[in-house]
Design a binder for this molecule. Structure first.
Ligand SMILES: C[S@@+](CC[C@H](N)C(=O)[O-])C[C@H]1O[C@@H](n2cnc3c(N)ncnc32)[C@H](O)[C@@H]1O
Length: 218
């Protein structure tokens, strides 16, 4: 009995370590040193996350409004703010108050006045109707519950021609809680009123990158 319990605890610890290791930090260099206390930002992550390629693939334009759902410590939000400056806005939303504090500090650190942080409930990102050009989620889609309802709400916030970008971990049987089948994402978002517009494979085999548009654009 005791041995079975120990086995269970060990297995849980291994899964936890795997997840932490996904974002493991190495000693940050140059301008990244200011981020060393952040959970999700590291130069090691840059190697596999390829943030510049992600930004390029989304084709952001100055003046656009981007919402980063589950923004964490702002790994992508800060890059969005820079890409849409000076008139566009990047809004990082999260359910975790400590993430909001990190995002606010990050905006200050990078001197980006068009970078906002908002604490939101888990079932609604609280976006105004037709106020957003791009909604982006990295490694957060799988965390959201009742996704068809959630993304039906998000849909109302998208402007004409708006897009929803989902980057997430490819389903991994060793880390099932923090990964998802891309087919499930496509089907859930179809039910919520979106259609797959483009797919990029440069983050594979670790992550998929899917871009959706409204099934019926207004
Ligand atoms: C794995 S982290 C990813 C952070 C960031 N997107 C990145 O790529 O560095 C997931 C984040 O999603 C947030 N989160 C989880 N469920 C959420 C929800 N329903 N709405 C908004 N944020 C959520 C968590 O608090 C956490 O900050």
């Amino acid at each position: 009995m005791q041995a079975a319990r120990m086995k269970h605890i060990l297995a849980a610890a291994i899964v936890g370590l795997l997840f932490v290791n996904l974002y493991a930090q190495e000693k940050p260099a140059s301008q990244q040193s200011a981020q060393s206390s952040n959970r999700f930002s590291s130069s090691r992550r840059d190697q596999w996350q390829k943030p510049d390629e992600v930004i390029k693939a989304i084709s952001l334009r100055p003046g656009q409004v981007v919402v980063d759902i589950g923004a964490g410590d702002g790994y992508f939000t800060r890059r969005f703010a820079a890409a849409v400056a000076p008139d566009g806005r990047a809004i990082g939303v999260d359910i975790d108050p400590s993430s909001i504090r990190s995002l606010m500090a990050d905006a200050k650190r990078w001197g980006l006045p068009n970078y906002e942080a908002r604490l939101v409930p888990a079932d609604d990102p609280m976006l105004a109707p037709q106020s957003v050009d791009v909604v982006f989620l990295c490694d957060t889609y799988h965390e959201i519950e009742s996704r068809v309802e959630y993304f039906s709400r998000v849909k109302k916030a998208l402007r004409k021609g708006g897009k929803l970008v989902v980057v997430d971990f490819v389903k991994d049987k060793d880390n099932p809680k923090h990964s998802i089948e891309k087919e499930a994402v496509i089907e859930e978002l179809r039910q919520a009123g979106y259609k797959l517009a483009r797919e990029f494979d440069f983050l594979l085999p670790r992550q998929f990158f899917l871009e959706f548009e409204l099934a019926t654009d207004k």
